[in-house]
Write a protein that binds this ligand. Structure first.
Ligand code: UD1
Length: 321
């Protein structure tokens, strides 16, 4: 049993980690400012965790929250590429400044290891697939720059202070509890809810852009493995966390529509600013060093996701013909 701090623990990915740790009997402290996280994500475990309403920009509160902690999962962030394009300052402050505060807190509190939610957006639009961690990053959007800066900070804290850090580059994570109705929602959550409500989703561009969509259960597994991986091989390193398969948006749309019973074609609109065209991961390093295997495949992930939204948004389903 160990003491864990999860930043962004009320959010989509963070809350899955909280549930997993509580289930195995670990002590969990959650930080969240509830800007994008939701209290209800923690309801089932509320009496078994310590919850602190803290903004990652509050250095003193973050530092205090690191006291007595063995391991940190740093999931707190202002996600979304388009949000960072529209309003770069808040995402800069949280994604870079907040990450710095977490590292400083971890260093001063002598935390054993920090696992960081990095992003596949670091690769940008350079040629060469699948993406391997040794490629030079080419971030396109403010969000990509911010998440990549966080990686550099993680690596510097390992090199300079000996704080063990592991960066996991997430590739388009989806699953239960992903917010579906914000303008900045991930595509899978957004399409699922819209189709359930009978609304036609919009595809930005021709729909032939590809993503290595990865179910959230795989990410939870990867994080737990990143804590256990040997320091000599994992500390200061970056790992792709994905399925190693590319699916186009058109293909994803069609499959979701089949599962939901939605029979309308998408509306095609202009390409999104700062959008990456294609994304596909090489997951060899995560497999060799962490022992990571994507246990939930794309289709099974979609099935589970649709089932969850059906239950969560019961009564809102209509127009599925
Ligand atoms: C990016 C990162 C991902 C990161 C995420 C955080 C890449 C390859 N991926 O995801 O690692 O975790 O940001 O937010 O950079 N789309 C539509 N219609 C919609 C919404 C989206 O067509 O209504 C399209 C987008 O234009 C894009 C694709 O769907 O081509 C995926 O978009 P989204 O779910 O927002 O994620 P990314 O920006 O790819």
């Amino acid at each position: 049993m160990a003491n864990y701090l999860i930043t962004g623990g009320a959010g989509f990915i963070g809350s899955h980690l909280v549930h997993a740790l509580v289930a195995r009997g670990d002590q969990v402290r959650v930080l969240d400012n509830f800007e994008t996280g939701l209290r209800k994500n923690l309801d089932p475990v509320r009496d078994r965790i310590e919850l602190r309403e803290v903004d990652l920009a509050d250095a003193a509160a973050v530092q205090q929250a690191c006291q007595g902690i063995d391991y940190i999962f740093h999931e707190g962030a202002l996600p979304s590429v388009p949000r960072s394009v529209k309003e770069p300052r808040p995402s800069h402050e949280i994604n870079i400044g907040g990450t710095f505060n977490v590292l400083e807190g971890a260093r001063l509190a002598k935390v054993k290891r920090v696992v960081y939610a990095a992003s596949s957006s670091a690769y940008g639009n350079q040629p060469g697939f699948p993406r391997v961690e040794t490629m030079s990053p080419q971030p396109l959007s403010p969000y990509a720059v911010q998440k990549l800066t966080g990686e550099y900070y993680m690596q510097a804290y390992w090199r300079v202070y000996g704080l063990e850090t592991v960066c996991l580059r997430y590739f388009n994570i989806f699953g239960a509890r992903q917010v579906p109705d914000s303008p900045y929602s991930g595509v899978m959550a957004r399409f699922t809810l819209m189709m359930m409500r009978g609304d036609r989703p919009a595809i930005f561009g021709d729909g032939e852009q590809g993503r290595d969509f990865t179910h959230v259960d795989n990410v939870v597994r990867a994080n737990l493995l990143a804590i256990e991986a040997p320091r000599e091989k994992a500390a200061g390193q970056v790992f792709n966390i994905a399925c190693g398969q590319r699916h186009t948006l058109n293909e994803t749309y069609a499959l979701l529509a089949t599962f939901i019973g939605f029979q309308h074609p998408p509306i095609y609109g202009p390409e999104r600013e700062g959008d990456v065209r294609d994304s596909l991961a090489d997951i060899t390093a995560a497999s060799e060093v962490l022992g990571y295997v994507p246990e939930v495949g794309f289709e099974e992930g979609l099935r589970r996701t649709v089932a969850w939204y059906r239950e969560e948004f019961a009564g809102q389903e209509k127009g599925t013909q």
